[in-house]
Design a protein around this ligand. Structure first.
Ligand code: THU
Length: 149
């Protein structure tokens, strides 16, 4: 069911993608939660598209970093080719465990992944360690564009 080829990233590429996500988090607009998140999407052609969370005075309208990054990518005409994603959270909140994308973001990531039939590796960054999980493990048996084709 779905499932692209397994992705392996070199150490330098991993570090670069994580740094791109950290850098994006510096632009987070998170005055209500004070929880800055950064996301970086790596594409087959080497392009990296980033996003940060964008909150709103109407709290429920907050956009997550991953969702912002996917919207930017789709808005630039990308329709697949997603090979990896890095997500970073603040280092001074929670227990330092690797941050995993929220449920809605998993579905949003699945949209662009399934368009190109890839199963991106999601680098969930924590204070002590980074956990790499495939999107299909984070969102098994996903509903997506392939269902509607
Ligand atoms: N947030 C993200 O940007 N990505 C996630 O996957 C989890 C949560 C944001 C939403 C909100 O602005 C803040 O983190 C606290 O929930």
């Amino acid at each position: 069911m779905g499932g692209g080829a397994e992705v392996t990233l070199g150490e330098a590429q991993r570090a670069e993608l994580i740094e791109a996500a950290r850098s994006a988090a510096r632009h987070a607009y998170a005055p209500y939660s004070d929880y800055s998140v950064g996301a970086a999407l790596l594409f087959e052609d080497g392009a990296v598209i980033t996003g940060c969370n964008v909150e709103n005075a109407s709290y429920g309208l907050a956009l997550c970093a991953e969702t912002v990054a996917v919207a930017k990518a789709l808005g630039e005409g990308r329709r697949g080719g997603l090979v990896a994603v890095a997500v970073t959270g603040p280092t001074d909140k929670g227990d330092g465990a690797p941050i995993t994308p929220c449920g809605r973001c998993r579905q949003v990531l699945n949209e662009i992944a399934q368009l190109g039939a890839t199963d991106p590796l999601v680098l969930c960054v924590g204070t002590e360690r980074t956990e790499s999980v495939s999107l299909s493990d984070l969102l098994p048996r996903a509903f997506g564009p392939a269902n509607l084709a």
